[in-house]
Ligand binder design. Structure first.
Ligand SMILES: *[C@@H]1O[C@H](CO)[C@@H](O)[C@H](O)[C@H]1NC(C)=O
Ligand SMILES: *[C@@H]1O[C@H](CO)[C@@H](O)[C@H](O)[C@H]1NC(C)=O
Ligand SMILES: *[C@@H]1O[C@H](CO)[C@@H](O)[C@H](O)[C@H]1NC(C)=O
Length: 318
């Protein structure tokens, strides 16, 4: 190349780079309006329903692709069981249906970051194939699975044969990011997402966006009427009653485990299953740059002494 052409070329290259940097830095500005004296916004495709939450930072503002890669660094290693399945884009796409409702957008940016770490902590723990000796440590193996590998049954509960009848030949074993089990859970989640999961539970292991949507829906939705969701107990939307306090249920991460898993995980003292979920949360807080010290004290983090919101003697089956 002639020196003159070369310098022109370099100048153009520099301009292009500058453009890329500016675009990368600039988050989408919300559109703002006032409805009945309240400020509401929309913010691009990620937060497209008018709401107060969309005036705040959205998840991709503070949680980027490289951070997702750090959290789930081993998921595409050759020995993982869902190589190529999970990715950042699917997570953000799925979250876009829930950010206007406050998922990752409630309160300050720090609360949003902690909620994403908490949600993904549950996901990482439930989809990990990291054992004590795994390279990178046991916490580096979240999103290793997208389904139960050797189901021993089809998880068909006939108690629900009128509402969610099992489709012959179909198996309702564990699938997804917070794995779904049982016909009634596939049925209920499918109704909510308007996808026929009762007839096609396999969609969840074929589509990472759908798998994340199902998990975020579970996180945002109470198991029963008049109960809080995991989101509610985490961000402080939920105020414990006297009965809750007597049952040791307090706002915070510990109660998210109670909402999602009840006595399978909580009220058993310092159990391994509980500590595994907590460890993933703390590890992700560190990797996201929040720092585990932001997680608060043991009483908030643990559900070791909590009575379940839904004791299994109450429910028809579990
Ligand atoms: C939006 O962010 C501000 C400041 O960080 C916070 O005080 C407010 O509660 C947030 N809005 C909602 C709806 O959570
Ligand atoms: C995956 O699921 C999402 C969300 O439910 C849906 O929009 C998309 O079309 C699905 N993709 C395929 C290939 O079916
Ligand atoms: C209080 O908790 C007990 C035991 O956990 C339960 O049986 C009772 O229904 C609860 N009362 C209220 C008002 O929720």
């Amino acid at each position: 190349m002639e020196p003159k052409n070369l310098s022109l070329f370099l100048a153009i290259l520099a301009m292009l780079l500058a453009l890329v940097v500016v675009n990368g830095d600039e988050s989408v500005k919300p559109l703002v309006k006032t409805v009945k004296g309240k400020k509401v916004c929309t913010k691009g495709w990620e937060c497209k329903v008018w709401s107060a939450y969309c005036c705040n930072q959205t998840i991709s503002d503070y949680f980027q692709s490289y951070q997702f890669e750090n959290l789930f660094s081993k998921r595409n290693s050759p020995v993982a069981h869902a190589v190529g399945f999970w990715d950042y884009h699917s997570f953000i796409t799925a979250s876009a249906d829930y950010q206007h409702l406050g998922f990752g957008t409630t309160g300050e940016k720090l609360t949003g970051m902690k909620e994403v770490a908490a949600f993904l902590g549950h996901v990482g723990s439930k989809t990990s194939c990291g054992y004590g000796v795994a390279t990178g440590g046991p916490l580096a193996w979240g999103l290793c699975y997208n389904k139960e590998m050797s189901p021993s049954k089809t998880y068909c509960d006939d108690y629900y044969k009128l509402t969610y009848p099992c489709t012959p030949g179909v198996s309702y074993h564990g699938r997804g990011a917070l794995p779904l089990y049982w016909n009634y859970n596939y049925g209920e989640t499918g109704d909510a997402l308007k996808v026929d999961l009762l007839n096609h539970p396999e969609y969840v292991e074929q589509n990472a966006t759908l798998a994340f949507q199902a998990a975020i829906w579970r996180w945002m939705t109470p198991a029963k009427k008049h109960q809080p969701s995991a989101h509610d107990v985490f961000v402080g939307n939920w105020k414990p009653t006297k009965n809750d306090t007597l049952s040791k249920r307090a706002p915070g991460f510990g109660s998210t485990m109670n909402v999602l898993y009840g006595e399978q995980v909580c009220g058993q003292g310092d159990s391994e299953s509980m500590n595994n979920i907590v460890s993933h949360y703390l590890y992700y807080l560190d990797l996201m740059g929040v720092g585990r010290e932001e997680a608060g004290p043991r009483e908030v983090l643990s559900c070791a002494e909590q009575k379940p919101f839904n004791p299994s003697s109450d429910s028809a089956s579990s």
